[in-house]
Design a protein around this ligand. Structure first.
Ligand SMILES: *[C@@H]1O[C@H](CO)[C@@H](O)[C@H](O)[C@H]1NC(C)=O
Ligand SMILES: *[C@@H]1O[C@H](CO)[C@@H](O)[C@H](O)[C@H]1NC(C)=O
Length: 374
């Protein structure tokens, strides 16, 4: 199905972005306690009790109807899943309706791929375009237990819509709990560039510096790879800082096997992308990514192109990782070998994105021509 495609990694000047601590926490209300307090009804006279019961029943029916309406169409909201061909064709109008108005966008962001820029843009647009912007303050819990997954799904679905929610979190399947699925979006980056950026970011970026012996801090990425230190060359390390199998789990999901570097994890990630993810950009094509967001989700991203042009350079410089040394070609080769699965995934996403972008351009052009009076 997938070609074993690996492009030579040409030296490039990656834009560097970083994460910072959130300025606004996730203010979430819980949906529990909705049906009130049982013992209270014991004090009501019988007619009042009947009224109360009818009220409870009505609430229940409304909620049930809500989920029956929302859940089945949840993943059809994704504007286009180019490699997923078994969905029936829909009229352009219905597609447009669904495209522009998903109630929830969930950006389960991968670190060091330009996420801070997107968050900055979404934060501003939230107040202009009128949606709830929620920035999670949880940075180091990427996967959850069953109970936490349920709590999280309830929490997200209880927030005011339209909602843009972001958090570093491996993909979660809300339908497992019979709950409405948000539309997932994301952006990834060339795997080695991402690792190198993360490596220096956690050493030298103010506010994000790990506790390390100075000698280790001074070690370059090349020295780390050549010296075969676990931090750089083990697929999984002992902490979030270590290991290189990092991106696929964000798309594979919460299961244990998703955090193991196997073809199975890759396949599941691709399956989820096709089924649940809308736009996934690549940070090497950030301008195009911004364009697709505005096209696919105008209710959220109207004006983002303008804002990005206006703020882009400032935001990028603000989050550029300092003291980064580019890896040598030899080290790139060593890591490209190790990162084979991650590269397969990256090129899959890149192709998918480019295809979406090309379709978008075609559609925009044809729409323009048909509308032009002759
Ligand atoms: C680490 O690098 C800094 C800055 O270049 C230098 O001042 C310091 O002596 C180095 N420390 C070690 C242990 O190499
Ligand atoms: C382009 O238009 C076709 C036909 O209406 C539609 O199926 C497709 O989803 C559109 N693609 C994009 C990216 O809008």
């Amino acid at each position: 199905m997938l070609e074993n495609q690996r492009e030579p990694t040409s030296p490039r000047r990656p834009r560097s972005f970083s994460q910072t601590d959130g300025r606004r926490g996730s203010s979430c209300s819980s949906a529990t306690g909705l049906l009130g307090h049982g013992p209270v009804s014991a004090f009501f006279p019988s007619t009042a009790r009947a009224v109360f019961l009818i009220f409870v029943l009505t609430q229940f029916l409304v909620i049930a109807a809500y989920y029956m309406r929302i859940a089945p169409q949840a993943c059809e909201c994704s504007p286009e899943a180019p490699l997923h061909t078994d969905t029936p064709l829909q009229s352009e109008e219905s597609l447009r309706q669904k495209r522009v108005r998903p109630p929830r966008l969930f950006y389960n962001r991968v670190p060091k791929c330009g996420s801070e820029t997107l968050i900055e843009l979404a934060r501003i647009l939230g107040s202009i375009n009128g949606f709830t912007f929620t920035h999670s303050r949880i940075f180091f819990t990427y996967f959850l237990g069953e109970k936490e997954q349920l709590d999280f799904a309830i929490q997200v679905n209880a927030m005011e819509t339209p909602l843009f929610y972001e958090r570093h979190l491996h993909f979660e399947d809300f339908t497992k709990f019979g709950m409405a699925m948000p539309v997932y979006i994301n952006i990834i980056r060339d795997p080695i560039d991402r690792l190198v950026s993360w490596y220096y970011f956690r050493r030298f970026q103010e506010g994000h510096i790990r506790k390390l012996p100075e000698e280790e801090r001074n070690r370059t990425y090349d020295e780390c790879v050549v010296g075969n230190y676990q931090e750089c060359t083990q697929p999984q390390g002992n902490s979030v800082e270590e290991g290189y199998f990092k991106v696929i789990p964000y798309f594979c999901g919460q299961d244990d096997f998703c955090r193991q570097p196997t073809a199975m994890a890759l396949e599941r990630a691709i399956y989820n992308v096709n089924k649940y993810f809308s736009i996934i950009g690549v940070s090497e094509q950030y301008d195009e990514f911004v364009e697709t967001l505005e096209y696919a989700f105008p209710d959220y991203f109207r004006g983002v192109g303008y804002l990005y042009t206006a703020l882009g350079a400032t935001v990028r410089n603000k989050y550029a990782t300092t003291r980064k040394t580019a890896p040598s070609d030899a080290v790139r080769r060593i890591m490209t070998d190790k990162l084979q699965l991650e590269y397969e995934f990256y090129f899959f996403v890149k192709r998918r994105f480019e295809q979406y972008y090309a379709n978008m351009k075609t559609n925009l052009t044809s729409r323009h021509t048909t509308q032009t009076p002759t």
